[in-house]
Design a protein around this ligand. Structure first.
Ligand code: KIV
Length: 271
């Protein structure tokens, strides 16, 4: 029996066991109760309440504007819909960088007010004090290296990170440091597959990739992208499993037509 089949509830320990046994970890984002219920029923291992909510739920260009209160609202909604998956909530921009006390206070609010099982934050050495302090309260922390969207104005573009050897060396060091400090897992976003493989082999904790090739311990995608709700975002790493944009638009157009032509409601659809 596989590890993920044998558990009623996914925990950080279950993810470790999955890595040990070579079982791939499946992670997706969700931001609301109804969708989280479906994703959980499908038996996803990890649900990330990502700050990508800033883009796909709120319509901002970047992840920077979303607030801690917004993330708590999304996190609590998701947790109410989940029975099995591990739920991790992103610490939004400005709630943990450069101030470890604030990082802890933000994480405590997330844990208390959402019921989630841990937090994720972006960066390595530069946020390590925050990671340490959050962990000291017994809050599981997931790291995030490579393309870190909260630093988009530093990078200037969303291109692949760590292609040159110096950036790759720093990324590997950061990954080892996050593991040594106590993170239970790391997300690697948009880096060369070879480097992601090297990081994955160097760490005991699970490494989850997005645009980081097939050799990581698991994969994560933004739900709205993989379902084809978003249309404008088409990076090479994204596999679309559906075209929900067209499906939803088609259904709405049918409804509009039925209302206009008085085919809805019918005899059976009234009291
Ligand atoms: O916010 C998010 O959705 C993320 C994933 C892309 C990993 O951080």
């Amino acid at each position: 029996m596989t590890v993920h089949n044998s558990v009623k509830r996914v925990t950080t320990h279950v993810l470790n066991e999955m890595k040990l046994k070579g079982e791939k970890i499946a992670m997706l984002t969700a931001y609301d109760y109804s969708i989280a219920r479906i994703v959980d029923e499908a038996e996803i291992d990890v649900i990330l309440v990502g700050d990508s909510a800033s883009n796909v739920m709120a319509g901002y260009d970047t992840t920077l504007p979303i607030t801690l209160d917004n993330m708590i609202y999304h996190g609590a909604s998701v947790v109410r819909g989940v029975k099995r998956a591990l739920v991790i909530v992103d610490l939004p921009f400005g709630t943990y960088q450069g101030n470890s006390k604030e990082a802890l206070a933000s994480s405590i609010r997330i844990m208390k007010e959402t019921g989630a099982h841990g937090v994720k934050l972006e960066g390595g050495l530069q946020v390590i004090e925050s990671v340490e302090r959050i962990l000291s309260a017994g809050i599981p922390v997931m790291g995030h290296l490579g393309l870190t969207p909260q630093a988009i104005h530093k990078f200037g573009t969303y291109v692949v990170r760590a292609k040159d050897s110096e950036e790759a060396r720093i990324l590997l060091e950061d990954a080892k440091l996050l593991e040594k400090t106590g993170c239970f897992a790391i997300v690697l976003e948009k880096i060369p597959a070879k480097l992601a493989e090297e990081v994955t082999l160097s760490l005991k904790i699970p490494v989850i990739g997005i645009g980081a090739g097939p050799k990581t311990d698991g994969q994560v995608l933004v739900l709205h992208d993989m379902l084809g709700i978003t249309q404008e975002f088409s990076p090479r790493f994204l596999r679309r499993y559906h075209n929900l944009h067209a499906e939803i638009k088609g259904a709405v157009q049918m409804y509009i037509n039925d209302v206009r032509t008085q085919q809805f409601p019918s005899e059976k659809e009234q009291y």
